[in-house]
Write a protein that binds this ligand. Sequence first.
Ligand SMILES: NC(=O)c1ccc[n+]([C@@H]2O[C@H](COP(=O)([O-])OP(=O)(O)OC[C@H]3O[C@@H](n4cnc5c(N)ncnc54)[C@H](OP(=O)(O)O)[C@@H]3O)[C@@H](O)[C@H]2O)c1
Length: 249
Amino acid sequence: MKIAIITGASSGMGMEFAKQLDLSLRKTDEIWLLARRREPMEELARSMRHKTRVIVIDVTNEREMKQFAEVLAIGKPGITALVNCAGTGNYGDFLGQSDKSVSDMVQLNIVALTRMTKLCLPYMRRGSRIIQLASGAAFMPQAAFAVYAASKAYVYSLSRALNRELQGRGIRVMAVCPGPVNTPFLTNAYGDISHLSCLKKLTMMKTESVVAKAVADCKRGKSVSVCGLPVKLLYFVTQSMQNLLQYFT
Ligand SMILES: NC(=O)c1ccc[n+]([C@@H]2O[C@H](COP(=O)([O-])OP(=O)(O)OC[C@H]3O[C@@H](n4cnc5c(N)ncnc54)[C@H](OP(=O)(O)O)[C@@H]3O)[C@@H](O)[C@H]2O)c1
């Protein structure tokens, strides 16, 4: 059996990836939706064309991840696509954030994403795809969003390195790097989104267009999907600087 796995499928971009991949995925028998809240995933599953499996899981929970690993080990599915959308951010001064909030962010954005990727890779074959939700925040450190931006820099770096490392196996890895997108992430991160800068408010993107671009970029075999003009400019500048440094060192 061939399956696609989407984490963070109960909301925002994970949910949108599920909808768009449901229409575009070929040679995939089932789409597996993973998150902690069952209800939104079941509602989504009812509207999908593919056979859909809802898996209620906290991807930061050791025991639940072991159970998921067993499900894969028993079923031995071929994984055609893994989309890692589960992620969170907390805006605010580093020292003002609770230890738990910082640790939760690291556990989810870094540890769980890495573990899920490692867990799924043995079931992937030539042509399989991994899409990792990084962020435009990956390209530059951000005061008052320090741990979040650092966690996304990790996702970006891991994705690019794995894309190179897995070339020989014909598996592609793509990092998705949008600016602000209108999902519950923003209210969870900022509380009151009036804290957002005017630039962020003006350039906020729709979930549908970010995901549509990511799906198209993935089909084209890109290693990075950058959405939104300010993030594209930032990407261009940081890449150019890196290339320049490499040239002189
Ligand atoms: N929105 C933006 O402005 C923006 C911009 C750039 C990058 N991103 C990144 O895009 C990704 C998706 O974010 P989004 O905007 O779609 O946010 P969202 O709507 O808040 O979705 C986050 C998803 O993660 C799931 N999740 C959270 N903790 C989990 C856990 N412990 N175990 C399993 N699932 C968990 C949530 O489901 P449950 O609560 O049901 O578990 C939810 O489905 C994140 O990695 C985020 O950092 C977002």
